[in-house]
Design a protein around this ligand. Structure first.
Ligand SMILES: Cc1cc2nc3c(=O)[nH]c(=O)nc-3n(C[C@H](O)[C@H](O)[C@H](O)COP(=O)(O)OP(=O)(O)OC[C@H]3O[C@@H](n4cnc5c(N)ncnc54)[C@H](O)[C@@H]3O)c2cc1C
Length: 456
């Protein structure tokens, strides 16, 4: 690959930063990752990534891209740390719109392991590359610019026990996550900050880890319950390394699951299936309860800025962070990494405009999936154009038909796993199956709940 410069810096060693650094290693002689935290030696969670203590699963598309950048990655997570590779459509139970999708074998392969394990493997593989190194305990305070303030020349860092330092670079990538300071740093340069789009969802996560028994959930790797009327509560239980389950539950707009045994179980019993409740009621807890609040889905529109400094990019959650219940963030970062690679193959001229334009197209799909579904909740604020209402109605019908049609269920999960575009659900073959599937009433055993079968 043609070298584009001597030195590139990535700020932040989360999943986004690690993937970005992997891409840059093909185009810059040296790449430095700067991380404000110290790296844990035992793949435990760390302060700078508070979401790391909550349920994470890697979607099929993300798992495939991680493999592309780091061949053998998925196998290593299984062989060295006890993660699980599984058929997303067959090894996981999916409940949405209060109905259970039919399981069936597919080519959708996902990876289950805790977020610290996923990140730890990625980091070790990255740092094996001879031209990449990381500086821990090193917080970036600002970006450094040339006298014209139009191009970024490096970063100002603050490392423990050291005076402020400037590190020069030909390219700087901000992968500092949702709390990114890029807007403020741009403001300091006299550049306008990006417009922000926000959808307030107030999703609370209450999470605990339990010992997993082989007979739990009939040997399935997990269950995902997506919130629907009447109570809109979500629940997820995924197998992880060391024969454990990680269980998270929570609702919209402050309807959090309690963090005590009686309250948590009572909350789980209000989901449209008792399966998570029944496992948790018998399982040995291995951690305390942990809580996390995700106030809003947040998208920063860098692609719409007329002016942006040269030699600078923003990446991953710093561009867009979604409602986490859809499990998209790491996969979107992986897709952005592929796109960054393509953009760099075409050179560094006009890089920001090309990358932000392409990244926006990537983000459009998961954003529409997440926000479109969240806006089914009557109290989530946002515009609900007729197309969105139609799509939500159609997806409800698809769910009903997919309770006994695993081909339909897999087609839906391919979209959820970002392997296929949403338009694939409107092909004549799929529409025909949805129509046929709705001609007969759904048998009672495929309705997940004994509460209400509301496909809306
Ligand atoms: C509760 C929850 C559950 C989720 N579940 C899933 C899931 O199941 N599947 C999925 O794909 N995604 C999930 N996500 C999203 C996923 O965590 C992120 O989208 C993904 O990890 C990409 O994040 P990132 O690397 O861009 O940012 P982050 O993970 O936030 O990493 C940013 C890094 O930058 C560092 N940093 C910040 N500021 C500075 C600074 N000034 N100097 C140096 N370093 C700095 C931080 O310490 C951190 O290491 C979930 C998110 C949440 C909140």
């Amino acid at each position: 690959m043609k070298k584009l410069g001597e030195h590139a810096i990535v700020i932040g060693a989360g999943i986004g930063g690690l993937l970005a650094a992997r891409v840059l290693s093909d185009f810059y002689t040296n790449v430095t990752v700067l991380e404000r935290d110290a790296f844990p030696t035992d793949d435990s969670s760390r302060k700078g990534v508070p979401q790391g203590r909550h349920t994470h699963g890697l979607l099929a598309r993300g798992s495939a891209i991680f493999e592309e950048f780091f061949p053998g990655y998925n196998y290593d997570v299984v062989a060295q740390s006890g993660g699980l590779i599984g058929d997303v459509a067959n090894d996981v139970i999916w409940i949405g719109r209060n109905v259970r999708l039919a399981n069936g074998t597919s080519d959708l392969s996902g990876l289950l392991a805790s977020r610290p394990v996923l990140e730890g493997h990625l980091r070790r593989r990255l740092l094996e590359l001879p031209n990449v190194h990381a500086i821990e305990d090193c917080a970036v305070r600002a970006i450094a610019t040339g006298p014209d303030r139009k191009s970024v020349t490096g970063v100002r860092t603050f490392a423990k026990g050291k005076p402020e330092e400037i590190i020069d670079a030909d390219l700087v990538v901000d992968a500092t996550g949702r709390g990114s300071s890029s807007a403020a740093w741009l403001d300091d340069l006299g550049s306008p900050p990006p417009a922000e789009e926000k959808v307030e969802i107030g999703i609370g996560y209450t999470t605990r880890t339990y010992r997993r028994r082989p007979t739990d959930l009939d040997g399935k790797h997990g269950i995902v319950v997506a919130g629907s009327a009447p109570n809109w509560r979500n629940g997820v239980m995924l197998a992880q390394e060391n024969e454990t389950w990680i269980v998270s539950a929570g609702g919209y707009l402050g309807d959090d699951a309690p963090d005590n045994d009686a309250g948590f179980l009572t909350y789980l019993a209000t989901l449209p299936t008792m399966e998570i409740h029944d496992v948790v009621a018998r399982a040995e807890p291995l951690t305390d309860y942990r809580r996390y609040r995700h106030v809003s889905s947040l998208r920063r529109r860098y692609e719409r800025l007329a002016r942006f400094p040269e030699n600078y990019l923003v990446f991953g959650d710093a561009i867009c962070s979604f409602n986490p219940v859809y499990g998209q963030g790491m996969t979107v970062a992986a897709e952005e990494a592929l796109t960054l690679h393509q953009c760099l193959r075409a050179g560094s001229i006009d890089l920001a405009r090309r990358f932000f334009g392409a990244a926006a197209k990537i983000v459009d799909i998961p954003w529409d999936i997440a926000v479109g579904n969240d806006l089914r909740h009557p109290d989530v604020k946002g515009a609900r154009p007729p197309t969105m209402r139609f799509i939500n109605w159609y997806i409800g019908k698809l769910h009903l038909a997919a309770t006994r049609d695993s081909t339909l269920a897999t087609a839906f999960l391919k979209v959820v796993n970002l392997m296929m575009p949403p338009s694939s659900l409107f092909s004549p073959a799929i529409v025909g199956r949805v129509w046929h599937g709705n001609r007969r009433p759904v048998p009672i055993h495929s309705i997940a709940c004994n509460r209400r079968n509301e496909a809306q």
